[in-house]
Design a protein around this ligand. Structure first.
Ligand code: ZN
Length: 304
């Protein structure tokens, strides 16, 4: 899977839904997560324990780091949710999203941005543990108030697998914001909320190590890098308007005043940085990236 400053998909994202593999890869880490989920249950069923033992025995027998388990078998686990993502964000086809367009984030008619929580960023958007971390993690203490980033309407507010207690807000401009791992949810689906309103209390529910807020921004289900939209040190928007680009492989967002560079053959982070008189580190920071990966031809980078 290639990675961009936005989000990348398997070869053909529109095909993703109709070609669900009949099996899932279970790694040792994934198994640990599954066992972890058992710890959250009030009562443990013998069947769940048997199934987990069975997966562990397969890993042991093959002396492998991962094994294929049939989807059907995994669904037998009482708590298993193979696709929290699919449940929460049914993706629309990329063909229905314009190639490039501006989205107003705040003005006198819309609401103004309010920081969901003013804490230290503990994990950025991007590659993490061999998969894409589709949001940004903000450190907080259990019980800290988490606020709506913009005016909106609650689309989802309940416990959902790895997200734990999660609230999803729809905003009038089409963006959605996601607040996960909450200790308590303070809103219900259909509620209209105002920017700055408390929507929940920070916590450590779902697949989370330590209390933090996992915050995502999505457009039509496609995750955007929040760091290219919001300054998490100054707690304000980078620009009132963002430009959303749909390259047919990814959807990504930049502040509307940003100059973009389109990567051509043979260009590296250092190469592009030099062209604009900045360091590779500065270039990566502008694009909200903290881990180097190979640039792709056609990929767009923010350069100012
Ligand atoms: Zn996170």
């Amino acid at each position: 899977m290639a990675f961009y400053s936005g989000f990348s998909f398997n070869e053909n994202p529109t095909k993703k839904h109709d070609s669900v593999k009949p099996y899932k890869i279970v790694t040792k880490t994934k198994l640990a997560y599954l066992v972890d989920s058992v710890l959250e249950l009030k009562t443990v069923s013998v069947k769940d324990v048997d199934l987990l033992n069975y997966y562990a025995s397969l890993l042991k027998k093959n002396n492998a780091d991962s094994v294929k388990i049939s989807e059907f078998n995994l669904n037998e686990l009482s708590f298993y949710s193979a696709s929290d993502e699919k449940v929460l964000f049914p993706l629309v086809s990329l063909d229905s999203i314009p190639q490039t367009f501006n989205l107003i984030l705040q003005n006198n008619l819309l609401s103004y941005y309010f920081s969901p929580f003013k804490g230290v960023i503990t994990s950025n958007y991007g590659w993490r543990d061999k998969r894409i971390h589709k949001g940004i993690d903000i450190d907080l203490n259990k019980g800290d108030k988490v606020s709506a980033a913009f005016d909106g309407k609650v689309r989802f507010a309940q416990k959902q697998g790895g997200f734990g207690n999660v609230v999803i807000l729809m905003h009038p401009n089409g963006l959605e914001t996601v607040y996960a791992h909450l200790h308590k949810i303070k809103v219900k689906p259909g509620d209209v909320v105002l920017s700055g309103q408390t929507i929940g209390l920070g916590g450590n529910t779902g697949h989370s190590r330590g209390t933090h807020l996992h915050f995502e921004m999505r457009y039509k289900g496609y995750p955007l890098n929040p760091a290219t939209i919001i300054s998490f040190t100054e707690h304000k928007l980078q620009h009132h308007t963002i430009t959303i680009k749909n390259t047919k492989k990814i959807v990504c967002a930049f502040p509307s005043n940003a100059s973009l560079h389109t990567v051509t053959k043979g260009q590296s982070w250092n190469f592009v940085a030099k062209m604009y008189g900045i360091s590779a580190k500065q270039l990566m920071a502008l694009n909200g990236i903290d881990k180097r990966y190979y640039l792709k031809i056609g990929q767009q980078l923010r350069v100012n």
